[in-house]
Every structure is written in C-alpha cells, then in structure tokens.
Design a protein around this ligand. Structure first.
Ligand SMILES: CC(C)(COP(=O)(O)OP(=O)(O)OC[C@H]1O[C@@H](n2cnc3c(N)ncnc32)[C@H](O)[C@@H]1OP(=O)(O)O)[C@@H](O)C(=O)NCCC(=O)NCCS
Length: 159
C-alpha cells in the first residue's frame, strides 16, 4: 500500500469516503451519496475540491484507492462540525469497508499530518461521535478532546 497526495481527479473517490464517514454507524439508516453531496452541512467538506488551500492524501493498493484523508479550512460563519478556528483545518477520513482494521487509517493520518506540517499548518481539528472507535484511534495518535457536544467530541492535534 502507498499513500500519495490527493488531486483533482480524486474527487469521486473522496466523495465515496465522505459518504463512508457520514455513514460510519451500521446502526443508522444509510444516507445516500446524493444526499451527502447535496446537504450543505456534509457537502461543504468537499464542494469545489480542490480549493486552493485543501490538502489530502489517498491510500492505494495495486493502483486502486482504498482510503483517503483530507483537510479543509472553514470560517466561523460557516463552520464544520469540528471547527475551532479559521486557521485550523478540519480532517475528514474514510477507508473502504473491506480494508478497515488493516492499518490504512493510521497510514492516512500520518500522511496527512506530514503534508500539513510541510505546509506550515500547526493544528488539525475534527469531530467524532463518542461511540465511533475512530475516537480511540485519534487519541492514540495524539489528538486531544477540546470540546464536547451531546454525542460527539471536537478533537485537536498540535503538529
Ligand atoms: C475510522 C477509519 C478511518 C479507521 O481506518 P482503519 O483503516 O479501519 O484503521 P486502522 O486499521 O489503521 O486501525 C487503527 C486502530 O484502530 C483499531 N481498530 C480498527 N478497527 C476497529 C474496530 N472496528 N473496533 C475497534 N478498534 C478497531 C485497530 O486495531 C488499530 O489499532 P492498532 O493500530 O493499535 O492495532 C475507518 O475504520 C473508517 O473508514 N470508518 C468509517 C468512517 C469513519 O468512521 N470515519 C471517521 C469519522 S470521524
């Protein structure tokens, strides 16, 4: 498996991974790709990809994408779920279901953090539901809880 920078042509795959991130819980009714890409609160994680300051990575195995992670800056006027400040981009991550639990997520987090450091980004934020095991993964790689919602936490990693 390799981790490479995400480009313009990865939009479709990133959209697939956004759909996976939104539908992380098998207990919920699955939201369609169309709905995820139409609802402003989820669509804005990817709309117009790549914006000038977007930054992302794709994990590939045998030339096939198996996961992606990317960062996008939001404003206080139109924040993401994990917004902390306009100069702190928010992470989205997803791995193809059949590839989960094999280290792809960890590799993506490491890759996107390395790219962010290279761009002078000092912090990354995210929002995660407390029941999602991804929360434990984020804690394990250095994210800290900085805010608590009803069911979710906002986390930040200082790079
Ligand atoms: C969250 C996600 C990106 C993690 O990627 P992944 O490739 O499955 O993660 P990894 O294989 O790198 O595993 C990371 C750690 O989590 C653990 N883990 C993996 N699957 C797990 C599961 N179902 N339950 C509990 N722990 C699990 C692994 O054991 C590993 O720990 P270790 O490195 O100490 O052994 C991926 O599972 C996913 O796409 N989930 C659905 C979308 C989602 O929830 N996105 C995040 C929304 S905030």
């Amino acid at each position: 498996m390799i981790v490479r920078p995400a480009g313009r042509s990865d939009f479709g795959f990133l959209a697939d991974m956004l759909v996976e991130a939104v539908n992380w819980s098998p207990e919920w009714k699955r939201k369609s790709r169309r709905r995820v890409l139409a609802a402003p609160n989820t669509a804005h994680y990817l709309a117009g990809w790549p914006l000038e300051d977007d930054l992302g990575v794709v994990a590939e195995s045998s030339g096939e994408p198996v996961g992606a992670a990317w960062l996008r800056f939001f404003s206080a006027e139109a924040p993401g779920y994990g917004f902390v400040a306009a100069d702190v981009p928010e992470l989205t991550i997803g791995v193809v279901a059949s590839w989960r639990g094999r280290g792809v997520g960890r590799a993506l987090l490491a890759g996107v953090e390395a790219s962010a450091r290279g761009c002078g980004i000092g912090r990354i934020s995210l929002s995660v539901e407390r029941k999602n095991f991804a929360r434990e993964l984020y804690l394990a790689v250095g994210y800290e809880v900085v805010g608590r919602g009803v069911d979710s936490d906002t986390m930040v990693k200082v790079l």
